[in-house]
Design a protein around this ligand. Structure first.
Ligand code: DO4
Ligand code: MG
Length: 291
């Protein structure tokens, strides 16, 4: 089952795709995911005939029906430095503090406890076709394409999604204590277009994540990674997130980036970020710069 939401700019309409057919969803999307996980029934409305491929091409600048975020997540959290490449690149870029001869990023990669940080609330998130943002005070902001997991309050994985942990790398590189300011701001997170239930994913550890940054119609950066290269299991990351920390049903956890474009690919207003994950889909977002 795949949940998605369309908007006409005034009202939102939530749908579910089952075996290629699209139905109106007759209940709250998070409840539908919980029921699906428990083998309980999901309330469906009428079947609808929508040309998904056609709607997929539209963005927020055109009027009419278009994609938006699949639901309003109560909280979005991140897990960091979960790929070897992020351990190395985060250690190299910026004036990075060392403790006991290792950078903080090397230490956290090797440690038993993962890096877990707060990322966003629903109002800071956008969906497919909607703009992600560069902070007005950042000149080096990068997309971080990640596998997102939607979880229940008891840590069960209810669904998978594509998520972009957009990060002001210059602000964090100046001082790691600035992490919340580099991570949390308006338009700092995009996810969707679909939430895909676990029964539709063969193996979450063999998904291919691809990133393209497009500028003026030209691809200026392209990279890919497999979730096979993730250092920690998803259940281990979730376990630390919910340890003594009650999260609401429908919370999203980002599982870390394994693709890091260089400083020369810093996002600019007008760029388009395209993230694909095999078996899930493609999330495309234009980029704006905040004042
Ligand atoms: O502190 C660094 C943040 C790391 C991160 O967001 C990632 O590895 O994806
Ligand atoms: Mg990240």
């Amino acid at each position: 089952m795949r949940i998605f939401r369309l908007t006409n700019g005034i009202s939102n309409f939530t749908y579910v795709m089952i075996n290629g057919k699209v139905f109106e969803l007759g209940m709250d999307p998070v409840l539908a995911l919980i029921n699906h996980a428990k083998g309980l029934s999901v309330s469906l409305g009428s079947e609808v005939l929508i040309n998904i491929d056609e709607v997929f091409k539209r963005d927020y600048r055109v009027s009419g029906l278009r994609f938006t975020k699949p639901y309003d997540p109560p909280e979005v959290w991140g897990s960091g430095i979960s790929y070897e490449v992020s351990r190395r690149r985060y250690s190299e870029e910026g004036d990075v503090a060392k403790i006991g001869g290792k950078t903080i990023y090397e230490r956290v990669y090797d440690a038993e406890r993962p890096e877990i940080f707060f990322k966003a609330t629903a109002n800071r998130c956008v969906g497919h076709g909607e703009p992600i943002a560069i902070r007005g005070d950042s000149n080096w902001t990068l997309p971080e394409p990640e596998l997102g997991v939607v979880i229940s309050r008891d840590g069960k994985v209810l669904g998978y999604t594509i998520i972009d942990d957009v990060s002001a790398r210059d602000i964090e590189a100046e001082n790691p204590l600035y992490l919340p300011q580099s991570k949390i701001y308006d338009g700092c997170c995009a996810f969707g277009p679909f939430i895909v239930t676990p029964d539709e994913i063969k193996d979450p550890y063999s998904l291919q994540i691809r990133l393209r940054i497009i500028r003026g119609g030209e691809v200026i950066y392209e990279g890919e990674v497999s979730t096979r290269q993730m250092r920690r299991r998803i259940d281990e990351q979730v376990k630390y997130l919910i340890r003594n920390n009650t999260v609401p049903d429908g919370t999203i956890l980002m599982t870390g980036t394994g693709i890091l474009p260089g400083k020369d690919s810093a996002l600019r207003e007008g760029d388009v970020v395209e993230i694909s994950i095999s078996e899930i889909g493609t999330l495309i977002t234009p980029v704006i710069k905040l004042k």
